[in-house]
Design a protein around this ligand. Structure first.
Ligand SMILES: Cc1cc2nc3c(=O)[nH]c(=O)nc-3n(C[C@H](O)[C@H](O)[C@H](O)COP(=O)(O)OP(=O)(O)OC[C@H]3O[C@@H](n4cnc5c(N)ncnc54)[C@H](O)[C@@H]3O)c2cc1C
Length: 509
């Protein structure tokens, strides 16, 4: 039997862990080098002390949704992890009304609701049908580890859908199906999920079906019992059982691409390990620095890495009580969205303000994840209730402790909808600059890199030879990149890691 090929993966976040899992099962000898003392990357937790009690909370990612179900099953994660996705309609609040608009999963009910509440006169049914076709196409590409291509999209979806949904602008897509600004804001909010991509920017339409393309909850979002970090924690254990070697708390000194060796320091000792294939599952700029490839490093500086999202975790000493009555079971676990903009133009302007002006905060939307209520449904009873606020738009540059006014504004707005705000006993706040410092995201973007023109779908790669290998990095032919900056995007999904592993294996056979 021939000797096992050696793979070294730099970065033990979700993408590095998923790539390692598949490649190890495919017969490679896999090692992971991780800078921190824990795996998980941005899918990790912190323990908070409040009074004389402690509680774990998600430091980065909170909700699960973009993962492909086959990955959840094939890795073995589904054997041990319990999950829950609320079936309750999502509740959307605009500032001109105290009552919510309900986003029903049933499109006929939703159609009626947005007609009544937002005066919508467009064609929701066609939007959903067309989106389903695009999502079906995206998922198939994931499963087969297929390089995203416009040619393939044109063949399978036809030119009209491809132009609308894949290489067009979000503005054009939303105008095609809808008439009311509020529908367009709600349906198109994921365009700025991580950065400041303008709705006029070509390539931004694709982010809309992409964010619904997870299949673990069939396009919806939900929770993992204990917390989302159980995914990376469990995966690390599974990988250890597969024999994958972990070098934790390791500082890479250099990568010699000619001799195919990585040198690093761990606990004051120097190591050198060799590889047949090297995979970077970090942010996209780190490899160019470690490879001492100055030219590539300079080229990568021109990409858009800007992140404009923040996060507050609020801890309550009693379960949060919402003011608005809801007849549904477990309604306190429903997703809620609070918008500060009423028109599409305002929505666009606020997304650009934190790039083009000195404003540190341009209120746009707050996504509310009822983590504590969801944990109670999962039978995980914790000493505090937790609400998570995912916030837009925050300027990159200052840390959360330099911008306390943002937290105050967000909390005041949210407290309008809650009966017991006095039960909020503590908060944790992060701005894009914190995400840069904690997780090494170049400019704090949770997708490592913005999702817009030249950085989405078929252009979301770092290969100088994409036809030969979409996940190859630069001009190298045995060095790959599969972090969140690669196709499809970030998120606790590991799709880029899976696709990269699939493509690498194909080149070896
Ligand atoms: C505040 C916040 C909220 C989010 N919310 C959600 C959410 O609710 N749901 C969701 O699905 N996603 C969410 N995300 C996005 C998601 O967490 C990330 O996109 C995803 O975790 C990225 O995974 P990754 O493996 O590509 O990269 P990372 O998680 O960034 O992992 C990269 C790893 O590489 C390591 N590394 C970096 N440099 C080196 C080096 N030189 N040597 C060795 N190791 C190195 C890092 O320490 C890290 O462990 C959120 C992110 C943040 C920050």
């Amino acid at each position: 039997m021939s000797k096992k090929k050696k793979i070294v993966i730099v970065g033990g976040g979700i993408n590095g862990l998923i790539a390692a899992n598949y490649l190890s099962k495919d017969g490679f000898s896999v090692s992971i080098i991780e800078k921190k003392s824990n795996t998980g990357g941005a899918c990790t937790f912190k323990t908070k002390e409040i009074g004389n009690q402690t509680i774990d909370f998600a430091l980065g990612a909170t909700v699960l949704g973009m993962m492909q179900d086959f990955i959840f099953q094939e890795t073995g994660l589904s054997n041990t992890l319990e999950t829950f996705a609320p079936k309750h309609p999502k509740l959307v609040y605009f500032q001109d009304s105290n009552s919510s608009t309900r986003i029903y999963q049933n499109y006929k009910k939703l159609d009626q609701e947005i007609k009544n509440k937002w005066g919508e006169r467009g064609d929701l049914e066609s939007f959903r049908n067309d989106e389903d076709k695009v999502i079906g196409f995206i998922r198939k590409g994931f499963k087969f580890g297929e390089t995203p291509s416009l040619e393939k999209a044109n063949t399978i979806l036809g030119e009209t859908l491809t132009n609308l949904w894949i290489n067009g602008s979000a503005k054009n897509l939303l105008d095609h199906y809808f008439t009311s600004d509020k529908t367009k804001i709600y349906m198109g909010m994921t365009r700025i999920e991580s950065g400041s991509s303008s709705m006029y920017n070509k390539g931004t339409a694709f982010t809309i079906p992409l964010m619904d393309s997870g299949s673990v909850f069939d396009g919806y979002w939900g929770y993992v019992k204990g917390g989302i970090w159980k995914i990376t924690e469990e995966l690390s254990k599974i990988n250890q059982r597969l024999g994958i070697k972990f070098y934790m708390s390791s500082n890479i000194n250099s990568v010699d691409s000619k001799r195919m060796k990585v040198s690093f320091e761990k606990e004051k000792k120097d190591y050198e390990i060799d590889y047949d294939y090297l995979i970077f599952a970090t942010d996209p700029t780190t490899p160019s620095k470690l490879l001492n490839n100055f030219k590539l490093e300079q080229e990568l500086e021109h990409k858009d890495y800007l992140g404009t999202s923040g996060k507050i975790t609020a801890f309550f000493k009693n379960p949060v009580k919402w003011k608005e009555y809801s007849p549904y079971n477990n309604s306190d676990s429903a997703f809620r969205f609070v918008f500060s903009n009423e028109t599409l133009n305002e929505f666009e302007t606020s997304s650009q303000k934190v790039v083009n002006s000195s404003d540190n905060y341009a209120p746009s939307y707050i996504q509310i994840y009822a983590e504590g209520a969801a944990q109670r449904v999962l039978n995980n009873h914790e000493p505090f209730d937790k609400l998570i606020f995912f916030i837009k738009n925050i300027k990159y540059g200052k840390t959360a402790d330099q911008l306390p006014f943002i937290k105050e504004k967000v909390m005041n707005l949210i407290f309008k909808y809650i009966k017991n705000p006095e039960d909020c006993v503590s908060t944790e706040f992060l701005c894009p600059k914190d995400l840069n410092e904690i997780f090494y995201f170049p400019k704090g973007n949770i997708d490592h890199m913005a999702l817009n023109e030249n950085q989405n779908y078929n252009q979301r790669h770092f290969s100088k030879n994409a036809d030969k290998g979409f996940y190859l990095y630069g001009e190298y032919d045995n060095i790959y990149y599969c972090g969140a900056g690669a196709y499809p995007c970030g998120s606790v999904a590991g799709t880029a890691g899976y696709m990269c592993a699939k493509q690498l294996k194909r080149t070896v056979i």
